[in-house]
Each structure stands twice: as C-alpha cells, then as structure tokens.
Design a protein around this ligand. Sequence first.
Ligand SMILES: [Fe+2]
Length: 345
Amino acid sequence: MAEQLGTLEELPQDYRDAMTEAGVAPLWPMMRKVLPHGRPQPTTKPSYWNYGDLRPLLLRAGDLTPVEKAERRVLVMSDQGRGTGAMQATSSIYIGLQLLLPGEVAPAHKHTPSAARIIVEGKGGYTVVDGEKLPMNRGDVVLTPGGEWHDHGHEGDEPVVWLDALDLPLFVYLEGSYAEEAPLQAQRNRPDASMVEYLASGLKPSKRGASARRYPMMRFPWDRTEAALREMAKYTEGAVELDYVNPETGQDVLPTMGFTAMMLRPGETLRPPLSSESAVFHVIGGTGTSVIDGASFDWAERDTFTAPVFAEIDHTNTGDEPAFLVRVHDRPLQEKLGYYEERAR
Ligand SMILES: [Fe+2]
C-alpha cells in the first residue's frame, strides 16, 4: 500500500480545470481523508460544560425570550472540534440545556429524530408522550422517540432544566430531519408505565395477542437506577454500569442512541477499553476528574462532557461519596451498522 498518494497540485492545471468543468474530481488526493488507515480520525474534540457557568445564561434566556418565541428554549452545547454554534456535541449526538419556567407549556410536536431528556434540576415539570404524562424528577431519563407526539408543561414554582439528547446530526446528514406541530395532547388519567406495567425489573404485563407499544416505557426514574447501581456495586468488581433497555424486548431504548448509568466508587479510577462509540457524560452526582485524549475535566453534579470515538478515557471519582453519571452513546447505531468495536488500550 502506497504511503503517499498523489496530490491535486501534481496534476496539470488544464486537467484540473477540465475535471472541474465536467463536475468530477480525482479520489486519490482525498482518499486518506475519507478512508484513513487503521482507525477513524474524528473531528470531534473532548468538550466540557460547567453547569454553574451555563445556568445564568439559561435563566437569562428565560427573561429575554418568552417560550412562545422560542418554542423550545434551549442552549445548544457545541462540539469544540466544530466550534460554537455546531448543532452537535459528537459525530451523531446533539445535546442542549432546556429551560421551562413555572406555568409555561410547549405545544406538541413530533419529529423524525429521537430524543431523550435527562432531568437536571427543578420539580413540577412533566413531559407528555403519546398522551402519557411523565413526571420529570432529577436524574430521570424521559424518552421522546422519533415519530411520537410530545409536549411539556410545568406545575411547580422553580425553574426546571433538562439536558436534551437527540440523534439530530444523523438525521440532518440523511436529509431526513423535520417536525410537525399540534396542540397540547389530552392526557390519560393514570401514572406513567414505569409506575404501573414495569414497576419491577424482570416483570412485564402478561399479554396474549396484544402487541406492546414500540416504546412501552418512556420514563426511567433515577431513584430506582441509583438504588440498582449501589446494590450492584456491593457485589461487583470493577465498572458498575447498567444499560437502559426496553422492558418488553431487552433492546436499546431508542434506535440509534444508548443510555448507560454509571457509578464510580470513592477513589475509583475507570479505564474503559477504546471504543468506536462517541459519548456524552452527564453527572448526576459526585465529583471527579476525567482525562479524555489528554484533556482533563474536573466535574461535579450537573456538569456535562463528551468523548470522541476511540478516545482514551480515564474517569476518577475524587470525592468521598459514590459518583453517578449517565452516558449517552451511539453504540446501538453502530451495532445496527455492524461496526461497533472495542480495542484494548
Ligand atoms: Fe421535540
């Protein structure tokens, strides 16, 4: 295999002009860029957002822009490899912080990208998906899957903030991204499925002939996730991680994005294998330091940071209490495409 391929500059100008005129270009000068040797060369850079820095900016958006003017009042968190304003935090994952003030509602919409909300602060917010009212409590993961109507409102008396994660970059790339609007949905008068049908892990409603909904459980309450992590940590060596799954199928909760709850014991350092997934980490609780491809981020509760594909990652819990994070990643997409991969460091 040739080490050095021919360049555009080596070609005579009249030939280059003729190619441009004909609407073609030589592959070989661009070959290594689109097919690098051995491993991908990501554009994404490790990025970090301190919640204390973002919160005043988000609250000011609440003063400056009424929700009717914003539809969704969000500050987009851009991958620093692409620059501020980029509508993506990694190759396939978009994230933003959304603010909802007491009494505000946002009309229903549905869109082709799938989304999930990780609740950052505030009480009294709720999301309605397909008529099901989903309370939004700190750390909960609430799904708003592609093609499902969703609206939200706020019955509390303090700002509610959540982290939106979407597979938007993928849908933009596919030229498949669009939304439809509708009035607020009628709400079913009953608790959400996590409190009824899927209250206990390993149990699901016994149904004959009835087909389960594609997304049977759309809220994953944090208190149960944390309890499960703590219990698992007592009897597990090494990484304590739980994947969020569809309780009917055991599959990932959304088609392209996966969600994994992580616990780090006090003083523990995790060095996961290199992985083809890109990831967003949101800190639910605790303090620590993560070194990602040489960039060091000190994090605390409610902070968020990212890792590109095949990043070298060290997470250390620097506090006296367990640390909890939710990782959003694109492993489900990569598994469907048949190229998810892990490599030893
Ligand atoms: Fe939405």
